[in-house]
Design a protein around this ligand. Structure first.
Ligand code: UDP
Ligand code: MG
Length: 218
């Protein structure tokens, strides 16, 4: 009897553990201008917390170079022009990446979604496809002046190989950011969901603030 009971108790953590199969993805949107440091800070977060980093831009670039992709050309021209790719494409890539992550490891249900949602179309697409399927916990907003953003991207452009880290594309990206992405951040601010960080400082200084926020929020 006791042995059977112990056996069942031993099994319990596994059953509880098994619950996470049904865990809803917990999402933090990471927003900020081009070069604000979203990718850099996300890498730091991943090294210190149990989050999976999904960069919408990286997913689009991977899709652009996937042989057989029907969207390669379209993505390429949107990225160079600093325009926002139609959400049908981006949301499918994000959803697939989330599903694959959770399928491979049921404990990986916390996501940093970097560089999305960037405009109203993105937000609508997210709400349509993901409503009820994922919880948006809050938005990490890396706030940084345009000049600093441009300088950082030009510096990155020396080695990044990115087709949009040049002055011409950058000016368009900044315009897109100000016209389309800032209003999304404002909308989330009104819901009290935005944690703003002064991203013009050093990586270490910014990350110290990030840590404070994650320790409080997570
Ligand atoms: N992009 C998009 N939708 C997204 C994310 C990115 O259309 O949800 C495109 C857009 O053209 C953007 C480019 O990909 O200018 C680069 O995005 P990324 O997030 O990599 O740039 P970052 O802001 O990190 O410098
Ligand atoms: Mg990035």
């Amino acid at each position: 009897m006791i042995v059977a009971l112990l056996h069942r108790l031993k099994k319990l953590p596994r059953a509880v553990h098994g619950w996470s199969v049904m865990m809803k993805p917990q999402v933090v949107f990471v927003l900020g201008g081009p070069g604000a440091g979203k990718g850099t800070q996300c890498a730091r977060i991943v090294a210190n917390y149990s989050y999976t980093h999904l960069s919408a831009g990286d997913l689009l670039r991977a899709e652009r170079s996937r042989s057989g992709s029907e969207f390669g050309q379209l993505i390429d021209s949107y990225i160079k022009e600093g325009k926002i790719v139609p959400v049908e494409i981006t949301i499918n890539l994000l959803k697939k990446a989330m599903e694959e992550t959770m399928k491979a490891d049921e404990k990986k249900f916390r996501f940093l979604i970097d560089g999305f949602p960037r405009n109203q179309d993105n937000l609508q697409g997210w709400n349509t496809v993901m409503d009820g399927k994922a919880d948006v916990k809050f938005v990490l907003f890396f706030d940084c002046g345009n000049e600093v953003c441009i300088d950082r991207c030009l510096e990155r452009g020396k080695s990044s190989g990115r087709t949009d880290d040049n002055r011409e594309s950058l000016e368009k990206r900044i315009q897109t950011y100000l016209q389309s992405t800032r209003p999304i951040i404002v909308q989330y601010e009104k819901q009290g969901k935005v944690c703003t960080i002064d991203a013009s400082r050093s990586v270490d200084e910014v990350f110290a603030d990030v840590k404070n926020i994650l320790d409080k929020e997570s």
